[in-house]
Design a protein around this ligand. Structure first.
Ligand SMILES: [Zn+2]
Length: 595
């Protein structure tokens, strides 16, 4: 499924991660960028380094005399661009610090810098632009001789003898190598982490922002420094660093959801005994990394990770390397690989019978439960026959004609009316499903898009699963139930880790109800899989104790990686191995002795 753009955007902006972290990006050795100043500023850097060297009365931007390039001066590379940025109102007045790193003799160079800056009154009068001198600096006692717009970088943790010097200090910077030899891969050693933490606390006790230089320049390092409270993140790659850090709030989640792990009794598991009922749970977009993230956030275990029969599915659709939910749902539901966007038809557009239809002819009852709209691509693959998933009118009319006994998901008033007219009793509460004696029951989780866990849905999916199983079981007929955790996919599309993890954990609560039912009956086979992976999800870092997950993404679309399939109950061993999504249909008919 794929929906509610606006709500998710708003959520993304308001979800907090951990303690309030704020950071600024410092573009280290900025003149080595392909386009100095502009690329760093455009990517949100708040501090930009200008290495300068005085030669023949010019302030060249360079590390040393031998690398001087004519025309590359502090004026051409920095002061003129800043003036232009101001004149054109670019950057919306976002403050910028020019950290001038003096590479030549300090007194003459600084005198020259002051005389150059006097030619840019707009810059020196602007409170949002600060000029901070680093590198070769004059003696501290001389700091007061320079104009008020000149501030200094302080490179010590010892308080100056004259406390007034703090008035001329803009920030404290120290060499990271003095405290740690960490290369930015994996974790700091605990003693080094403690040392760096105490250094930062000491610097902050002076009331000054803090920067470390000679730091490792990696994703892991940037996050470690932000978590430690370093104010200026030193980087040679401002674009990559900003892209990484600015998305952390959507990519880091401190889990608040729980799935109480149910350990099955395994009495019927992998036994070659009769299978009467099938429960197929589909986590939309629920790849191995998504499952891992919900497992790790849930303390290292899920009910799902108790399963012993495990396989992998190849997900390619008939016409595309990377499937959508319609083609994948159709493969699972009908045993036929089809084109993307198609539901319940083959690649030529001919209707193919789905599990609910095939099994209905054999005396089975069937039900669909989803956190998507009931006409979404995955559920509709189990009752509709349309060449395009967006043909909601056609899909709805197929739904009215279906033989389903149970339907739970997002709906609308018109759907409700039509379903009622076509023989469904509309049950207002989820609990009402459990005790309903009606032949066919529909229950709507909402009259529009179903809210997510983060939006306050609560355990509605697990409750519907439990109640739906009781309803179907009471009919004294074998049954097929499909349960979809639909919004794992939505949050994958939005590259939103809190959503992926919380929906994954919620999906496990539904799995728990299915497994408990399987244990209670002994003749129910539970199959859990996904239609495809979404977002190229990965989990670079996390914390088992705090339930913290940092996720990362390679795309906002589906990917072609294999997805896991888990089975529990009699003949679950038939689902081991590596095979295509459409084989699941044939395996289900096989274990029911219908094929
Ligand atoms: Zn999707």
């Amino acid at each position: 499924m794929f929906k509610h753009h606006f709500l998710l955007l708003v959520l993304g902006l308001t979800i907090q991660f951990g303690t309030a972290q704020s950071y600024k990006i410092h573009s280290h050795n900025d003149y080595l960028q392909e386009v100095p100043f502009w690329s760093a500023y455009a990517n949100g850097a708040s501090s930009i380094e200008a290495d300068i060297f005085l030669k023949d009365g010019n302030l060249y931007v360079t590390h040393g005399e031998s690398e001087i390039l004519e025309d590359r001066t502090i004026q051409s590379l920095y002061l003129q661009p800043i003036q232009k940025m101001k004149a054109l109102q670019l950057g919306k007045g976002r403050p910028v610090q020019l950290l001038v790193d003096i590479k030549s003799e300090p007194y003459a160079t600084l005198d020259k810098l002051v005389s150059v800056l006097e030619e840019y009154p707009d810059i020196i009068k602007d409170k949002s632009i600060s000029v901070v001198i680093s590198g070769n600096r004059p003696k501290m006692v001389d700091y007061f001789k320079y104009p008020s717009y000149i501030k200094f970088d302080y490179q010590s943790l010892e308080a100056p003898k004259n406390e007034k010097v703090w008035d001329k200090v803009a920030l404290i910077s120290l060499n990271f190598k003095n405290f740690s030899s960490w290369n930015g891969k994996g974790r700091f050693t605990a003693p080094e982490h403690a040392k760096v933490k105490s250094v930062i606390e000491k610097a902050h006790a002076y009331g000054k922002p803090f920067r470390l230089w000679a730091t490792p320049d990696s994703k892991t390092a940037w996050k470690a420094f932000v978590d430690l409270g370093v104010d200026f993140i030193n980087t040679d790659v401002p674009y990559a660093s900003a892209s990484y850090l600015n998305t952390l709030k959507d990519r880091v989640y401190f889990n608040k959801e729980t799935s109480t792990v149910y350990v099955p009794n395994y009495i019927s598991d992998q036994k070659d005994t009769e299978v009467r009922n099938i429960i197929l749970l589909i986590g939309d977009g629920n790849g191995l990394a998504q499952i891992s993230s919900s497992m790790l956030a849930n303390g290292g275990n899920l009910t799902l990770t108790q399963f012993k029969s495990i396989g992998l599915l190849k997900t390619q659709s008939a016409d595309d390397f990377t499937t959508d939910s319609a083609a994948a749902g159709t493969a699972l539901a009908t045993g036929t690989k089809t084109n993307n966007r198609a539901v319940g038809v083959d690649a030529l557009g001919n209707p193919v019978k789905s599990l609910t239809e095939v099994l209905n002819e054999k005396g089975f009852r069937s039900g669909l439960i989803t956190t998507d709209n009931v006409t979404g691509a995955t559920p509709s693959s189990f009752y509709a026959h349309r060449t395009d998933r967006s043909d909601i009118a056609g899909i709805s009319s197929d739904l009215y004609k279906s033989k389903l006994s149970l339907l739970v998901g997002g709906g609308s008033e018109s759907l409700e009316t039509e379903l009622h007219e076509n023989g469904f009793a509309i049950e207002k509460s989820s609990n009402g499903i459990k005790t309903s004696t009606e032949e066919r029951v529909a229950h709507f989780l909402s009259q529009a898009d179903v809210p997510s866990i983060l939006e306050g849905r609560g355990p509605a999916l697990a409750e519907a699963t439990k109640n739906g199983l009781a309803f179907l079981n009471a009919k004294k007929k074998p049954f097929f139930l499909m349960v979809e955790g639909a919004q794992i996919d939505s949050y994958g599309h939005y590259n939103n880790v809190p959503g992926i993890v919380s929906e994954g954990i919620d999906f496990d609560r539904a799995i728990t109800e299915a497994v408990k039912f399987a244990d209670a009956t002994g003749n129910t086979l539970v199959i859990v899989t996904a239609d495809h992976e979404t977002s190229g999800f990965s989990i670079p870092q996390g914390n088992l104790e705090t339930g913290m997950i940092e996720g990362d993404f390679t795309t906002d679309d589906h990917t072609a990686v294999m997805v896991p399939i888990f089975a529990y109950g009699p003949k679950s061993q038939e689902f081991q191995g590596v095979y295509d999504t459409n084989s699941v249909f044939h395996k289900i008919l096989g274990v029911l002795n219908l094929e």
